[in-house]
Design a protein around this ligand. Structure first.
Ligand SMILES: [Zn+2]
Length: 300
């Protein structure tokens, strides 16, 4: 994908290097130091020494900041990035992909006379607390409607290439466009309708609906690629093949074979590899939102 030197989105948030558990490491450490210091008895000299140290920090800076360099910075920046984390190439690439999704979906929503509320993309590593509960990198990229944010650990890029045999930057772009596709479904009310139906459906029927939701997100990813190419000329030879390879590699049938060694169609929630490829391709070939009604399509 041609991405160097292009507009980068402001909606990508860097949450890497942030602990989601506890905090308070600095104060725990001070308490441990004090306990150690006063072991063997509290004397006048020791108390004076502690007061001198506290006085020193009072005049020359907060001791918590010395013990935990990120504390002051993340508190000041709120949503910003922690100190010392470089904006590496992959991160910048993801910002460009998000900018491309914004260009396309703003245009398509405008054409429908609607307003596109841009989602956030939260980049994290390890574990994260989202508006939809806690998640870890192991569960893969996901979209949370409650805070209108997609979440991704950039190590998924390595998984795509090594574990799923789908290398290339456009494989990653497809994954992000798929998550943004879920955001579009959220704005259009499609995901709400599916979730509302849950209580009156059997698990099997609900799974069928989930598959249709997932395939529509793939279709939207294809629609995005079509329009991004037209608007910003993003594609290089081989890009679409990279996306198709990723769609093929992370179909539920393939994933289930990899993890449990056999395939049980009733529990498919994403669609088979063949279905995912077909719906992405349909979106990319037509660029036409009205072709993406995976819910009325008789056969997927
Ligand atoms: Zn999905």
């Amino acid at each position: 994908m041609k991405w160097q030197g292009r507009r980068r989105s402001d909606n990508v948030k860097d949450y890497r290097g942030r602990s989601t558990g506890g905090g308070g490491g600095g104060s725990n450490m001070i308490f441990a130091l004090l306990t150690m210091f006063f072991r063997g008895g509290i004397t006048k000299t020791k108390i004076i020494l502690v007061l001198v140290v506290i006085g020193f920090f009072y005049f020359f800076g907060n001791p918590l900041n010395l013990l935990n360099p990120n504390a002051g910075i993340s508190a000041n920046q709120g949503q910003g990035q922690p100190a010392g984390v470089e904006k590496d190439e992959l991160y910048q690439f993801v910002e460009v992909v998000m900018a491309d999704t914004e260009d396309v979906w703003n245009k398509l929503f405008n054409e429908l006379g609607a307003n596109y509320a841009e989602p956030n993309l939260i980049v994290f590593n390890g574990a994260i607390r989202s508006g939809c509960g806690g998640a870890s990198s192991a569960s893969g990229p996901f979209y949370c409607p409650a805070d209108q944010s997609a979440y991704i650990d950039l190590s998924f890029y390595r998984d795509l290439s090594q574990r799923f045999g789908a290398p290339g930057d456009f494989a990653m772009a497809y994954v992000i466009a798929h998550e943004v596709g879920h955001h579009v479904q959220n704005l259009m009310g499609t995901s709400d309708q599916v979730h509302a139906a849950r209580s009156r459906l059997s698990e099997e029927e609900y799974n069928q609906l989930s598959v249709r939701l997932e395939l529509q997100a793939d279709f939207y990813a294809g629609v995005w690629a079509y329009h991004a190419q037209k608007m910003n000329d993003i594609l290089e030879p081989g890009d679409i093949e990279e996306a198709l390879r990723a769609a093929n590699a992370i179909g539920d049938d393939k994933l289930q074979k990899q993890t449990q060694g056999y395939v049980t169609p009733d529990s498919f929630t994403h669609g088979t590899s063949e279905q995912r490829v077909r719906w992405f391709r349909k979106g990319f070939e037509t660029g036409d939102l009205s072709q993406g009604d995976t819910f009325s399509a008789g056969s997927l």
